[in-house]
Design a protein around this ligand. Structure first.
Ligand SMILES: N[C@@H](CCC(=O)N[C@@H](CS)C(=O)NCC(=O)O)C(=O)O
Length: 232
């Protein structure tokens, strides 16, 4: 694990274990939006560092991201959605506190965690990383992801952001959806979605977050990294 950077002039409050991937960007974008001082620990997924005992002690599922809150007796949180909720509740930001407003954020966050993430994750695996071409699997996951994008597009025709105001639901969803080209998900005709992708891309915290840790340089490196993690 490479512990390379401190952020801000403050003592880090949060340890972040992550890598340059969609689920990892959820945590870096949120931490940047919230201006919480954190220490970055880059987990090299290609080398299998996520399977080491010291990492499994933080996340038994062996996946990034994970945070450890030094202010809360080194409390560890895994699962990107749970991390976003934890950070929103810790700071009172990026999620309303009234029951209905909070529920709307949760609904769209769960839609991402249970739908967009798993479906697009499989789509990109079969498009880019899987050792064999399985056309039925590629079609199935790409079509389902496109269908989910259409749900987002309809929603974003009614509201500026998924839950009205910018929230952790947007951060979670954008972290996946903005990579639609890499996953080869067709986005023709989804004008509301395109408007929302660009609006979030312009946010300074988002621009910083997707560069932490630095992304794979070339498509070939990115493909090799993805392929090294595929399990059948
Ligand atoms: N449901 C988990 C998924 C996390 C996940 O799959 N992370 C990927 C990177 S995006 C990972 O750690 N992959 C390592 C591996 O497959 O061994 C979450 O949202 O945190």
């Amino acid at each position: 694990m490479n512990t390379s950077r401190h952020f801000g002039n403050f003592k880090p409050m949060i340890d972040l274990y992550t890598s340059a991937t969609p689920n990892g960007w959820k945590a870096t974008i949120a931490l940047e939006e919230l201006a919480l001082p954190y220490e970055l620990h880059t987990v090299n997924l290609s080398k299998g560092e996520q399977h080491r005992p010291e990492f499994l002690a933080l996340n038994p599922n062996g996946r990034i991201p994970v945070i450890v809150d030094r202010e809360a007796d080194n409390f560890a949180v895994f699962e990107s959605g749970a991390i976003l909720i934890y950070l929103a509740e810790k700071t009172g930001q990026l999620m309303p506190t009234d029951a209905k407003g909070r529920s709307i954020v949760m609904q769209w966050l769960m839609f991402q965690m249970g739908g967009i993430g798993p479906m697009q994750g499989q789509a990109v695996t079969f498009e880019r990383y899987f050792p064999e071409d399985v056309p039925q699997a590629r079609a199935r996951y790409k079509n389902e992801t496109r269908r989910l994008y259409e749900v987002l597009n309809r929603r974003l025709g009614e509201v500026e952001f998924l839950a009205g105001d910018y929230s952790i639901a947007d951060i979670a969803t954008w972290s996946w959806v903005h990579t639609h080209r890499w996953s080869r998900i067709p986005v023709e005709g989804l004008d509301n979605l395109a408007r929302w992708i660009e609006a979030i891309r312009e946010r300074p915290a988002c621009q910083r977050g997707i560069l932490i840790p630095p992304p794979a340089g070339s498509a070939d490196v990115q493909k090799a990294r993805g392929a090294s993690m595929v399990t059948r």
